[in-house]
Design a protein around this ligand. Structure first.
Ligand code: NAD
Length: 363
């Protein structure tokens, strides 16, 4: 458990309470160890991702990370930045596939910046390559007059993340849209050729389409419901998944999972929200849904579904944290929202097992 900075400790506490409540009603058991990450780690250990934290993470079954960073550390540069700690842990854990689901239920559609009629029923998953591409490619340089980065992918890197996307699609609506810039970039041409070849040899049953990144960004806004699984490289995925993040109306709703190594990393999409930190205003949903993704990846699909159902039921009521609040709703705190989700989740848990797969999944 890496609570990190800002609202991190507040939202991770609600996930732990939920997991403990699930454990009390089932035969699941969770053992947590807390470690330093981000600004808190810079202050106490002089490093945003201390070796001790990395070793602990590598010897765990999963890592729950809340958020890192904040104004106090904004002026630091290079490896001392809290965000560089994030790149380090992703690389060290070998989590090459970042999964970001977004779905919009009728009860939340009014919070979307798009027309409710366009967003109800959105249910998409972005699979972003996370440990390669331009964020990691060598060489890099900046002599003050000219600067460059290198976008670089091998067939092996493309294949392994593509397999994750095709596998996930098979469990969803069986459709993958691979996003690239193959009309301009060499890397993208290799990307597209590799995805096509893998599809033909291993996943011919999955529907596959290709889209240029510029078109994909536009389609995400004008016809988001067309997407099931989006497969894309690191930089395009970073941008596109943030666009998709706006569809549901609040960053406070969006979970993510980074997988591919032995140990997965589960974290909300949002940052440390310094503007509301320490005030009990944060929405714990994104962190809680990240814990649900952890349960799913650990093979506890029924518990994961119960959490998603708990969130959907809680969101269907008239309580909202500040980020989603508007006239007619009751404004609740982080811990009140956590308690509501817990109560709804437990309603769908059966002692030592679960009643049935809930009909509603996600929010
Ligand atoms: P942010 O996601 O922290 O906040 C953006 C806006 O969304 C703010 O108004 C915030 O109050 C709101 N918000 C975010 N999460 C919320 C939640 N759970 N409930 C209610 N409202 C929520 O992004 P930012 O302001 O650009 O960045 C703040 C700090 O977080 C920076 O230091 C940044 O570097 C860091 N950051 C960290 C991560 C990470 O840890 N993965 C990701 C993004 C930003």
């Amino acid at each position: 458990m890496l609570p990190g900075d800002g609202i991190g400790p507040e939202v991770i506490a609600e996930s732990v309470k939920l997991l403990d409540a699930i454990a009390a009603q089932t035969d699941l058991e969770f053992n947590y160890t807390e470690a330093l990450a981000g600004g808190a780690a810079i202050d106490k250990a002089g490093d945003p991702m201390p070796q001790k934290t990395l070793e602990l993470c590598k010897s765990s079954d999963a890592v729950l990370l809340a958020a890192v960073g904040g104004p106090k550390w904004d002026d630091l540069t290079g490896a001392m930045r809290p965000e560089s700690g994030l790149l380090k842990i992703r690389k060290e854990l070998g989590v090459f596939a970042n999964l970001r689901p977004v779905s919009v239920s009728p009860s939340l559609a009014e919070s979307s910046p798009l027309r409710p009629s366009e967003v109800i029923g959105i249910d998409l998953l972005t699979v972003r390559e996370l440990t390669g591409g331009i964020y990691f490619g060598q060489p890099v340089g900046n002599d003050g007059n000219e600067a460059f980065n290198t976008m670089r992918y091998s067939v092996g890197e493309i294949e392994r993340v593509s397999r994750v996307a095709f596998d996930k699609a098979r469990k969803r609506r069986n459709k993958v849209t691979s996003v690239d810039k193959a009309n301009v970039l060499e890397v993208s041409r290799l990307w597209r050729d590799t995805v096509k070849r893998l599809h033909a040899t291993e996943f011919p049953d999955v529907e596959l389409g290709h889209m240029y990144i510029d078109n994909a960004a536009m389609q995400m806004v004008i016809r988001p419901r067309q997407f099931d699984v989006i497969l894309t490289e690191n930089l395009f995925g970073d941008i596109l998944s943030d666009v998709s993040a706006t569809l549901g109306g609040s960053l406070g709703l969006l979970p993510s999972a980074s997988i591919g190594g032995r140990v997965g990393l589960f974290e909300p999409v949002h940052g440390s929200a310094p503007d509301i930190a320490g005030q009990g205003k944060a929405n714990p949903t994104a962190m809680i849904l990240s814990a649900a993704m952890m349960l799913e990846e650990l093979g506890e699909a029924h518990a994961a579904a119960a959490v998603r159902h708990g969130v959907a039921s809680a969101m269907g009521g008239n309580s909202r944290t500040g980020d989603l609040w508007h006239e007619g709703y009751r404004r609740v705190s982080t811990s009140e929202m956590g308690a509501l989700i817990r109560e709804e989740t437990l309603n769908h848990l059966h002692p030592k097992g679960l009643k049935q797969e809930p009909a509603i999944t996600g929010v």
